[in-house]
Design a protein around this ligand. Structure first.
Ligand SMILES: [Zn+2]
Ligand SMILES: [Zn+2]
Ligand SMILES: [Zn+2]
Length: 630
């Protein structure tokens, strides 16, 4: 369809600048609503990888290999020529899903004595359906709208609800009466939605929510994004038991959670040998062992010129590393980054044209005493690259990474769904931007964290954290230990700083991202950086703001004192019996919560009472960092 005839209501185009959106929203297995129908984004086997550039990032590649268990894998940008969603099947192939629709032929029917708006519920194979688009009967032709409800399991499996089985309460039901979807009221209340047969058999959709009864049956492991009727070879199990299907609203926010891994590129990765190995990898594919290297260089002119003078054993090492093999355990990515950011900049920062990292130390003139106590170093990061890769997805609940940035194995309750039948590459996005890094004085942070009020405040979190947060994710304390007061402090302060800076730097708050570093053995820091995927240049706004960091910090500490929802906000207890937010102290949409794209951990672990004194005071003494340093 030419752009001119595209409907105004069409979703925004998937342009080149939106690579990261593909990673977050339109990856394999995601459901996308279009004006006339709805789609399921196909697995990577169906994408046209030719329009996808290779991204070289050795450290991330290793992490992806480890996470996916695939030894040879590439990082590639999502296809470039996808420029409008209507045309999505060009390079990112999508399938029609769900197969059941509601015909826009409205009549009135009664359900349990209540008059309802009734519309025929039809499958695309029914005789009355013309090419998925129109429903036809003796009375005329009617538009079709894909049904809003499907069924799925936390491991990502997905299928249409077996509407006949559900309506007649009989699995494998042979009854072929016409079905209707009935709605009383606005149609937003599950208890007012019914499925009814022509003969009058009626069932509340709300029954589908009572999972104890298993009204939708057991998960059969269907993976329709990998092809119609495809399913996982193994039986779908959760914690050793067969998984029950759950009702899923297609457009709900819990319908699709991608799992990504991201790293900040370290300067040595600009290493030209590794880069050339990536560029020439198609020519190197026949090399299976070090012994093959010499012959390959001799007979392939591209390799001969590309690797002139390179030692064959070094080249073999680089090939192995590019393929994701090679020796060595994978380090927590954020630990390596922190070591770089607090280390010497000489020989690390480079202003060369192809440099991935350029930063210098900024010393504010006449800093106040509190600043000297709290902040050890400010780095203005003129150039930095973040690379993010998609490794899988889940539904209903997101998977969690460690605070160091590594995926955590939650296979028992929340296995990641496959991205492809044959996984050879994963979509990755490259964000080149600028940023500012604050290193906090580790001695000050330790002394603050060891003080009684802070220990008491942190203690309040641990019960809710263990009973609610870990349990709901199927994690234990070994897999994900409580992050500790320093992490909560830096994270909460980071959100306040992002809000302050966004107001002045010309970026939307959602395009400033954070990385929080809190490692008692390495150090403490906050990295704020811009993420403008696909764009090379930036406004220089964050670096400029870095030079006014003293004022920004002062404003952030001030902002932390009061919220428009106070005193309720400041009095929130993570163990609150009704308002269950087990990782929130004084934190709400009025103060601490920011755009999910900015936050590294989905707006969890926030408490501004650790940053600034709040209105509710504290019987155990003020635990705020500001109170400690000023
Ligand atoms: Zn399943
Ligand atoms: Zn608040
Ligand atoms: Zn955050």
């Amino acid at each position: 369809m030419p752009p001119s005839s595209r409907r105004k209501a069409a979703p925004p185009p998937l342009g080149e600048a939106r690579q990261s959106q593909v990673l977050q929203l339109y990856g394999p297995g995601a459901m996308v609503d279009l004006p006339d129908y709805s789609l399921l984004i196909g697995g990577l086997d169906f994408w046209n990888a030719r329009g996808c550039d290779l991204i070289h990032e050795e450290r991330l590649l290793k992490l992806v290999c480890q996470a996916t268990g695939v030894a040879r894998i590439d990082l590639r940008t999502p296809p470039k020529e996808v420029d409008k969603l209507k045309n999505i099947s060009g390079s990112i192939k999508a399938l029609r899903f769900p197969e059941w629709s509601v015909a826009q032929k409205v009549s009135e029917r009664m359900a349990f004595g209540v008059p309802c708006r009734a519309r025929p519920l039809v499958h695309f194979r029914d005789g009355c359906i013309k090419d998925w688009r129109r429903y036809q009967d003796d009375e005329g032709e009617y538009a079709l709208v894909p049904v809003r409800f499907v069924m799925a399991c936390p491991h990502g499996h997905l299928s249409d609800i077996r509407w006949r089985d559900f309506c007649f309460r009989q699995f494998g039901c042979k009854n072929s009466e016409r079905l209707y979807l009935l709605e009383a009221g606005t149609g937003n209340d599950f208890t007012q939605i019914y499925v009814q047969s022509e003969g009058g058999t009626t069932r509340k959709l709300a029954d589908a929510l009572v999972t104890e009864m298993s009204p939708l049956g057991l998960c059969q492991g269907y993976t329709p994004w990998l092809g119609r009727n495809t399913r996982d070879p193994e039986k779908c199990q959760t914690d050793g038991e067969p998984t029950k299907n759950r009702l899923l609203v297609r457009s709900a926010t819990n319908a699709y959670f991608t799992e990504t891994i991201s790293v900040i590129s370290l300067p040595e990765e600009a290493n030209s040998l590794a880069k050339r190995v990536t560029e020439l990898k198609d020519d190197l594919v026949l090399i299976e062992a070090e012994a093959d290297v010499a012959a390959a260089l001799k007979f392939n002119p591209r390799l001969k010129s590309g690797f002139a003078g390179v030692d064959p054993s070094l080249l073999w090492q680089a090939i192995e590393a590019q393929r994701g093999g090679g020796p060595g355990q994978v380090a927590q990515p954020k630990d390596e980054e922190l070591a770089l950011l607090i280390g010497p900049m000489d020989g690390v920062s480079s202003s060369a044209e192809d440099s991935l990292f350029e930063a210098d130390v900024w010393r504010p003139p006449n800093p106040p005493a509190w600043f000297r106590t709290a902040i050890k170093r400010v780095l203005l990061v003129h150039r930095l690259r973040e690379v993010q890769a998609l490794v899988g997805f889940t539904r209903f609940t997101a998977r969690t990474s460690s605070l160091g940035g590594l995926p955590i194995d939650t296979t028992k309750v929340n296995r990641r769904a496959p991205l492809a039948n044959d996984l050879r590459w994963v979509p990755a996005s490259e964000n080149k931007g600028e940023g500012i890094f604050l290193e906090f004085d580790p001695a000050t942070i330790r002394a603050w964290a060891a003080s009684d009020p802070v220990a008491m405040r942190a203690g309040q979190f641990t019960k809710a954290f263990e009973n609610e947060w870990l349990a709901s994710r199927g994690l234990d304390e070994v897999q994900f230990p409580f992050p500790g007061a320093p992490y909560l402090l830096l994270h909460s302060l980071s959100h306040l700083l992002i809000t302050e800076m966004a107001l002045e730097c010309g970026y939307g708050a959602s395009s400033i991202r954070e990385r929080i570093y809190a490692n008692s053995e390495i150090g403490y820091g906050i990295l704020l950086f811009t993420s403008s995927s696909g764009s090379e240049g930036t406004l220089g706004g964050l670096v400029g703001a870095g030079k006014r960091i003293v004022a920004y910090l002062e404003k952030a500490f001030e902002r932390g004192q009061l919220c428009s929802n106070d005193p309720f906000c400041s009095e929130h207890d993570p163990n609150h019996p009704f308002d269950i937010r087990p990782t929130h102290g004084a934190a709400c949409h009025g103060c601490e919560l920011i755009a999910e794209t900015s936050c590294e951990i989905r707006n969890e672990f926030l408490d501004r009472a650790l940053v600034s004194p709040t209105v509710s005071g504290n019987p155990d003494g003020d635990p705020s960092f500001w109170g400690f340093i000023s």
